[in-house]
Ligand binder design. Structure first.
Ligand code: GLU
Length: 449
């Protein structure tokens, strides 16, 4: 019995690899979910009959388009745009846009695939999607960013809508980009349809706490994991990779809850400040000046900057990878364990490699996978959609309380499901299983679509 479903899953996995050649990140995301599904298929044989797994691995629609634009020197530039509308069984397609030179179909599909289960875990009515472009915003002027966003939206706008597909930000896409995208959408459709985008500015339909939500949410999830072990964040030494939106607000919430954050990084290196990071300065460097994190040491002589190196060897009890996929490997995980780390929560999408995850789980570290730990961003996007639909705005405290409750709910769902399926304390299995079951049941209920 056990063997049958495991060998079924194995051959399904090989079929996915064969059908989607060269998309290694997508394969990795699928493998991780499949590794949790054996017991689910045994408990719900109808999921097999309805071919839910085969259907869930095939996006409902994939849109790939040319994005031509002109740079400031008058040169024509061509990028490739993507929107993968993966699954809408639970609600309109929902998920961010990523602008980064590493983007290709395999990255968007891994992100879209994870988004299905992440969104399901929130308990809110949102399907899964992702999009983006291989456009590199680094070093581009405001005008160039605007022209790129306008061209991107000209190609994509017919496929979006508050009841069909609702994009948001991700790496390289923040409020500025959402503004240009929404502006062009409004111009092309002639409709002020706020609910078609989330992550908007506070002056034009955005929600309070959306900017902070992914980072805050990751720390709320971490707090729940520690509470389940009778522990707290108070007094713990923490390191956070990344210096973007997720990392900055994870650091803020860790500090508010009494954690001491001593290191963070960007794509070029990391800073270490044993006194605890000066977050106002980091915000100034990153959010206002849009500069590299190395500028920190010019203001604080006690701190050090290490170029071309990741920060995982800096001793800590809590580590939050908040930068990008596969940034924490097996060796890094071993170092964390040796240094006495007790908890890791993924603020980024799939930052820990399969090897790294195995090592952390085997060591008994509290490990919060991204699908659960970073779901606060998209959950608050759903709250933004609620506010837009009712033409209402909520205040910061109310929204943050809602976010904290949602993260508590996600933690509970993961915790209980892990226990029910015989792997207590394993949030990876809990998240994959609980997320999958919610989507699968909806797919069965909606018939063959
Ligand atoms: N890009 C974020 C994520 O990975 C947010 C998506 C959204 O708000 O739609 O979940």
């Amino acid at each position: 019995m056990n063997k049958t479903s495991d060998s079924t899953l194995n051959s399904l996995y090989h079929a996915v690899v064969k059908r989607n050649p060269g998309e290694s990140e997508f394969h990795q995301a699928v493998r991780e979910v499949f590794d949790s599904l054996g017991p689910v298929l045994r408990k719900y044989p109808e999921f097999g009959t309805h071919k839910i797994i085969e259907r869930i691995c095939e996006p409902e629609r994939q849109i790939i388009f040319r994005v031509p634009w002109q740079d400031d020197a008058g040169q024509v530039q061509i990028n490739r745009g993507f929107r993968v509308q993966f699954n809408s069984a639970l609600g309109p397609f929902k998920g961010g846009l990523r602008f980064h030179p590493s983007v290709y179909l395999g990255i968007i599909k891994f992100l879209g695939f994870e988004q299905i289960f992440k969104n399901a875990l929130t308990g809110l009515p949102i399907g899964g999607a992702k999009g983006g472009s291989d456009f590199d915003p680094k070093g581009r002027s405001d005008d160039e960013i605007m022209r790129f966003c306008q061209s991107f939206m000209t190609a994509l706008h017919r496929n979006l809508g508050e009841h069909s597909d609702v994009p948001a930000g991700d790496i390289g896409v923040g409020t500025r980009e959402i503004g240009y995208l929404f502006g062009q959408y409004k111009r092309l459709t002639g409709r002020y349809e706020s609910g078609t985008f989330t992550g908007k500015g506070l002056d034009w339909g955005g929600a309070k706490v959306r900017k902070e939500a992914t980072g805050y949410g990751a720390v709320f999830f971490l707090r729940e994991m520690l509470a389940a072990r009778g522990d707290t964040i108070e007094g713990k030494t923490c390191i956070v990779s990344g210096a973007g939106n997720v990392a900055i607000y994870a650091i803020e919430k860790l500090q508010q809850l009494g954690g001491k954050v001593v290191a963070c990084s960007d794509s070029r290196g990391f800073i270490h400040d044993a006194h605890g990071l000066d977050l106002d300065l980091i915000k100034e460097i990153r959010e206002v000046e849009r500069h590299g994190i190395e500028e920190y040491v010019a203001h604080h002589k006690r701190a050090s900057y290490t170029p071309n190196r990741r920060l995982w060897h800096v001793p800590c009890q809590i580590a939050l990878p908040c930068a990008t996929q596969n940034e924490l490997g097996g060796d890094d995980a071993t170092t964390l364990v040796q240094n006495g780390c007790i908890a890791v929560a993924e603020g980024a999408n799939m930052p820990v490699t399969p090897d790294g995850m195995r090592i952390l789980l085997n060591a008994g570290i509290a490990f919060g996978p991204g699908k659960a730990a970073n779901a606060g961003g998209v959950a608050t996007s759903a709250l933004e959609m609620q506010q837009n639909a009712s033409r209402d705005t909520w205040d910061f405290e109310f929204t943050e309380t809602r976010l904290a409750e949602i993260m508590k709910g996600i933690h509970r769902r993961c915790h209980e499901t892990a226990e029910e399926f015989g792997t207590p304390g394993n949030y990876v299995k809990g998240a994959n299983t609980a997320g999958f079951i919610r989507v699968a049941r909806a797919m069965v209920a909606l018939g063959l679509i």
